[in-house]
Design a protein around this ligand. Structure first.
Ligand SMILES: [Fe+2]
Ligand SMILES: [Fe+2]
Length: 240
């Protein structure tokens, strides 16, 4: 069963905890004229995510499916969604579209967003930022909802465990614990630290997000700019 939490006006977090990996997987539904789902989750999660989405909208009316990069938890169930929602179109980076998405998981061609492009779903507008290797993968990008300042940050701020849906206390220490824990096992070097890391995180901080919607763990509500600078320091300390 997935849990639904409204994290910002008309932005709903759908959380499923997988105990085997001690990890939450979050998808986000933005309810607007053209509904948008950010992250599909893996194919195995499709039935529970679909059930949750059906409590918020008619799932066949889903129009856009966004994600950061090509990976199972980001877009694994894209085809399943496109098979039930005839107008659902993937939105992702040019690299994601051309390198993997159209060939492997898309029922129909994705729409590639350019760096800095603004995209509207009705009352909400989103800015797309191309962010290679942040959080990881060549094709990575980030989506920022401009009206209320929600940053969909994918694997940044990843926190293991069964944590609360939303928090206003700092989550960077939890992120650090997760990162250090992963460094000791098969998930080591989860996030690369490259010459792109700091400038890219600075770009994200400059958006001054009020809500940080992480794929794994709690959503953070508060001073997003400071939180991203703290996260940058942790990544430098642990990974550089
Ligand atoms: Fe990822
Ligand atoms: Fe992830």
């Amino acid at each position: 069963m997935s849990q639904i939490t409204e994290i910002a006006p008309e932005v709903f977090k759908i959380t499923t905890f997988i105990s085997e990996v001690n990890l939450q997987f979050n998808q986000f539904l933005v309810r607007d004229d053209e509904p948008l789902l950010y992250h599909t989750g893996m194919r195995g999660l499709f039935p529970t995510v679909k059930e949750a989405v059906a409590k918020l909208i008619d799932p066949t009316t889903l129009r856009w499916i966004g994600f950061s990069h090509f990976e199972a938890d980001e877009c694994g169930a894209l085809r399943e969604w496109q098979q039930i929602a005839p107008d659902a179109t993937a939105i992702c980076s040019f690299v994601a579209k051309f390198v993997s998405v159209d060939d492997v998981v898309a029922e129909r061609p994705a729409r590639a967003l350019k760096d800095g492009e603004v995209f509207e779903t009705g009352k909400f507008s989103f800015k797309f930022l191309q962010t290679p290797q942040v959080p990881h993968a060549w094709d990575a990008g980030h989506l920022f909802e401009e009206n209320n300042g929600t940053l969909f940050c994918s694997d940044l701020f990843h926190q293991n465990g069964e944590v609360e849906p939303v928090t206003d206390s700092e989550i960077v220490s939890r992120f650090k614990i997760t990162l250090l824990d992963y460094q000791k096992g098969p998930f080591a070097n989860y996030l690369p630290y490259t010459s792109q890391t700091e400038p890219t995180l600075n770009r994200l901080a400059a958006l001054k997000p009020k809500t940080i919607a992480a794929m794994h763990g709690s959503t953070y509500v508060g001073d997003g700019e400071s939180a991203i600078y703290e996260l940058a320091q942790v990544m430098k300390d642990v990974l550089a």
